[in-house]
Design a protein around this ligand. Structure first.
Ligand code: SF4
Length: 422
């Protein structure tokens, strides 16, 4: 037994309540287990129990062994002076909590619960509950996935709220920064965000009708126009950038931040920057369009961009490709942007406006995007829990990264149901 499991058993009333009694022999009925306390102090607050003929309301402390009371120094701590109950798994030292009724739970807890928990915690399987979660009802799984998605967005959007505050609540700026980070995808998200933050939105907006100037601004600020070039195109960008740099007193970010290694050439940051410049060039009022549009079919054309013609034959400056290939933003990249930027920004905007209908629409948008395909979603699929859409794949990513991989099965609805079945 460990204390986390004992707390879990107490919280969800997974013990057998028949014949519970204090070590002094008084009968005990647990009317309400109490509210779990994650802060300092007793484990459960505001519990309600009947000891003998007396109903008590107050705090409960749980321990694996009664001697833990002394080991934790509770005898000298005023926070533990007014407990209504001390619940222990084993009573190895008698009467440690003076004036507090003590109950021993060992004979009220099924061994199967402990065995199931041990299996979940000790397995080396990447998915500790593989083979067991299939017994959990679909409706339970679906509601857990909805909560996980909400949790994922809450974590993600708290950072976005800070960005929004830093930009004087300018939503166009937030969209510009997050969209840029998204164009960097996982590997180059950070330098892409730095790039956008190094170039205030009003500057590219002023030059949005001139694609060459936009490219000069973004490539120049990215530090990718330093050095000598052979091709006319980067040389022309260099000249434009020199002029714009002086005009706006710009300071570029270090070129060394960009990662090209182990990437498919089509995802090289050079290609992505050219596509991002094309998006800024194309998009008139992108923020209002994105906020007002809730169908994948209508959003997709807004994001369908192609890098300028130089990039049809290049992945990097001065390196000619063998075969021509236009660098359009592909379907999966567009879906990735809807999942990671558009749906969350719509949700945040709706939350700030306190509009639940718009929040629902943002969630619905995600449900209409196909599930992501990656190592984690494949793992779920191999274990009979395929994601039906992007809302579910996002929730399953959250579940794996924040619960399964950290063995937080006791905090997971699936874990609770698996243990409850015992
Ligand atoms: S955290 Fe939940 S879903 Fe993940 S392995 Fe544990 S019980 Fe299964």
């Amino acid at each position: 037994m460990n204390e986390a499991l004992l707390q879990f058993i107490w919280q969800h009333s997974l013990y057998n309540p028949a014949g519970l009694q204090t070590v002094a022999g008084e009968p005990v009925i647990i009317i309400y287990s109490g509210r779990i306390n994650r802060d300092a102090g007793p484990d459960f607050l505001e519990a309600k129990v009947k000891v003998g003929q007396t109903i008590l309301v107050g705090n409960v402390e749980l321990h694996n062994r009664s001697s833990d009371w002394l080991r934790h120094g509770h005898q000298n701590d005023t926070a533990y002076q007014n407990l209504i109950l001390h619940a222990v798994f084993e009573n190895d030292v008698a009467e440690v909590a003076a004036n507090t009724p003590t109950i021993v739970l060992k004979n009220h807890i099924s061994e199967k619960i402990m065995e199931t928990y041990a299996r979940l915690i000790k397995t080396t399987n990447k998915l500790p509950c593989a083979g067991q979660h299939t017994f959990v009802k679909d409706i339970t799984k679906e509601s857990w996935l909805s909560r996980l998605l909400a949790e994922r967005w809450e974590q993600k959007l708290s950072d976005w709220n800070v960005l929004l505050e830093n930009s004087a609540e300018d939503w166009r700026n937030l969209l510009y920064w997050r969209m840029a980070a998204n164009f960097g995808f996982k590997t180059n998200a950070a330098p892409f965000l730095m790039l956008a933050q190094s170039l205030q939105l009003n500057i590219p907006t002023r030059h949005k009708d001139n694609l060459l100037q936009l490219e000069a601004l973004f490539f120049g600020q990215a530090g990718m126009l330093n050095g000598d070039f052979i091709d006319d195109y980067p040389r022309e960008l260099q000249r434009e950038y020199e002029y714009l740099k002086k005009k706006y007193k710009l300071r570029q970010i270090p070129e060394g931040l960009w990662k090209f290694l182990r990437m498919r050439p089509v995802n090289f940051p050079s290609v992505r920057i050219a596509q991002f410049a094309a998006l800024v060039h194309k998009s008139l009022h992108l923020f209002s369009q994105i906020i007002e549009t809730h169908s994948v079919k209508e959003i997709t054309p807004l994001l369908e961009v192609k890098a300028s013609s130089y990039w049809d034959t290049h992945f990097r400056f001065d390196v000619l490709q063998e075969q021509k290939s236009p660098k359009t933003l592909g379907k999966s990249s567009i879906e990735n942007i809807i999942i990671n930027t558009i749906a969350p920004i719509q949700f945040l905007y709706a939350a700030r406006q306190d509009t639940s209908i718009l929040q629902e629409l943002a969630l619905l948008l995600l449900e209409n995007v196909p599930a992501e395909e990656n190592v984690i979603t494949r793992l779920w699929e191999e274990n009979n829990w395929p994601a039906a859409n992007a809302a579910q794949s996002q929730a399953l990513l959250q579940l794996y990264n924040n619960y399964c991989s950290k063995k937080r099965c006791l905090e997971c609805t699936i874990g609770l149901n698996i243990i409850r079945m015992q």
